[in-house]
Design a binder for this molecule. Structure first.
Ligand code: KIV
Length: 258
């Protein structure tokens, strides 16, 4: 097992796991100082491209962003989302995952779903591609409004069964997206591998957020997002200063000129 993956799995019941998204080098190099896992998420669909769904993201999109992210990472585990429609059969899944790993030098891939895609996950792991699971809200397959999961007995049962199935297949951790607190707690307690929550309560072994959301670069009103800093304020201070100095001919000075 990859050393970084081992370290993350060993954190279970010891210290919380930090996971953050990055879509390019400069953000990745800052994220890397704080995160155990840097995730190149297909959330870049809405954050960067204003797409209404992650279904529009292509394999080439993910690879291109992930290549840039790789340049910023020195210490964290790098995980890349496999986009919609790229893991329909075993052979397609392996071919695409191999391409992602080869071209981006990432450590693992993430796929959305449980029982429905367990054959593909088994196949990847058998072929030595590390996999992170993703249960709860599955943005690639949601139809209509996003609704939290694990509230009804049926949903809860399915989530628990899926989580156990994913663990058996050998995934090293599972993202739980918008799963009811008590269900996320039960899943986390039942598993030996860590759960990484997003809108799924304090009980998860770690937390993930979209970096652009938590730094206030992306405007969102999603319930689980907390804005830890308003980076736009600082960005605007710098940009305003540049504009003022250009207009007042204070910049560039001799030392900035050839
Ligand atoms: O695409 C993404 O960024 C994700 C996280 C929000 C878990 O899957």
């Amino acid at each position: 097992m990859n050393k970084l993956i081992k370290k993350i799995v060993n954190k279970k019941n010891k210290s919380k796991i930090i996971c953050l998204t990055a879509y390019s080098k400069n953000i990745a190099s800052e994220v890397d100082k704080h995160a155990d896992i840097t995730l190149v998420g297909d959330s870049l669909a809405s954050v960067l491209y204003n797409y209404s769904t992650t279904r529009k993201v292509t394999l080439d999109n993910m690879i291109s962003h992930a290549k840039s992210v790789r340049l910023g990472i020195k210490r964290s585990l790098m995980v890349v989302d496999m986009p919609y429609n790229t893991y329909k059969t075993n052979s397609q899944t392996l071919k695409n995952a191999k391409r992602i790993v080869k071209e981006t030098k990432c450590d693992a891939v993430k796929l959305e779903g449980g029982k429905e895609i367990i054959n593909q996950i088994n196949f990847l792991i058998k072929n030595r591609i590390p996999v992170m699971g993703h249960l709860g809200i599955l943005p690639q397959t949601v139809k209509g409004k996003f609704k939290s999961k694990g509230k009804t007995t049926k949903e809860k049962k399915k989530l628990i069964n899926d989580a156990i199935l994913l663990q058996k297949s050998g995934v090293f951790s599972i993202v739980l997206e918008c799963v009811k607190t008590s269900t996320a707690n039960e899943i986390t307690n039942k598993l030996q591998i860590p759960t990484i929550g997003i809108g799924s309560s304090i009980h998860c072994d770690g937390q993930v957020l979209v970096t652009d959301d938590l730094i206030g670069l992306n405007d969102t009103k999603i319930k689980f997002v907390k804005r830890f800093i308003n980076i736009k304020k600082y960005l605007n201070m710098g940009l305003r200063r540049f504009a003022l100095e250009v207009k007042s001919k204070k910049y560039p000075q001799k030392k900035h000129s050839y």
